[in-house]
Design a protein around this ligand. Sequence first.
Ligand code: FAD
Length: 388
Amino acid sequence: MKRALFEDLHEDFRASFRTFLEREVLGDEGRYGQWEREGIVPREVFTAAGRGGFLGMAVPESHGGAGADDFRLNLVIGEECQRAGVGSFSLGITLHNDICLPYFLTYCDEAQQARWLSGLASGELFTALAMTEPGIGSDLAAMSTTARRDGDHYVVNGSKTFITNGINADLVILAVKTGVGGHQERHRGISLMIVERGMEGFEHGRNLEKVGQHAQDTAELSFTDVHVPVENLLGEEGRGFLYLVSNLPQERLSIAASAISAAEAAIGWTLEYVLERKAFGQSIGSFQNTRFTLAELHGEVQIARTFVDRCAVALNEDELTPEEAATAKWWCTDLQGRVMDRCLQLFGGYGYMVEYPIARAFTDARVTRIYGGANEIMKEIVGRSLGL
Ligand SMILES: Cc1cc2nc3c(=O)[nH]c(=O)nc-3n(C[C@H](O)[C@H](O)[C@H](O)COP(=O)(O)OP(=O)(O)OC[C@H]3O[C@@H](n4cnc5c(N)ncnc54)[C@H](O)[C@@H]3O)c2cc1C
């Protein structure tokens, strides 16, 4: 089905991002594969992305951005990464643009904007969002990292885990408890603040070894008596949970869109493969099972794509609801998992070899049902909105 989402400017942006990917990420010598083995993307890639105009597109021109607050540009980046067999979250750019940047754009005061926005657009400042702790993930309000006010500083203690861009990040949006509060008040005690690379007591810990998304640096972070100036508080003290909840729909839509792009790419690779590969004197693609499998997956992905495109329009119009974003997230990531599994099967043994993009896409896909809020939590959000 023809998509009505994009205009000429998005297609121009797509063409230049494709060139960036070919030149800076894929490269003749297979750079991305090397980063997967090393477990991290080199910093120069982010400054190259910044120079190309692929970071912080929504940052106002007065702060060095393009002033283009249009989520369709973010979608183009995700789609092109997945098409090239590069996980958009593995590269780190999608987390920076889609998930972290909105916090800076929405909650920074003028002085903070002047300090940080141009660096976010140029790639000199790279970001992470740290909510999850070793003891809590889904139940965010139960976090135990604390920030105690002491004059013109907060003193931060605690630890976070599974933090995407955790090694590369210069600025970490950190969720902390600034108030104690009883059970009823536990959401109100949360604040967000920016912790900067190099602050005394702030350690980027282990780069965690994962099942997939190998190029992504996913790390533990620890905070021991870190003195964070009050000027680094984002928005108002105690309103952090509200800020997180307000930004999560965009995060979840970004994950959903990435999932659908990954599924589309997998179907494309599988179609090529089944037409070439022969068994019993005929191409694998000529078996009815193959036709049915790919027809089903293609249909499901097209239907999901239509919903995600509609959600993107709603987000641009500031109308995307938490329930719609949660639906997109759980449905599309579940579908991504099914697509990867069934496509891999059609590759036979080659599908299990990491040199084949389908094998990497299969392992990369597993986490999308977990992060950004586990799919069970998404169904809780939707179920509650139905009055259950
Ligand atoms: C690769 C990777 C990258 C990540 N990046 C980030 C990041 O950048 N920043 C960040 O803050 N976090 C990040 N996370 C953390 C991620 O968001 C959490 O793992 C996720 O929210 C689930 O939390 P948990 O792991 O503590 O699981 P738990 O909360 O322990 O839940 C375990 C399972 O229990 C079930 N469950 C939990 N609660 C309920 C419920 N109410 N009803 C029904 N079932 C339930 C679900 O099946 C869930 O999957 C990342 C995780 C991974 C693996």
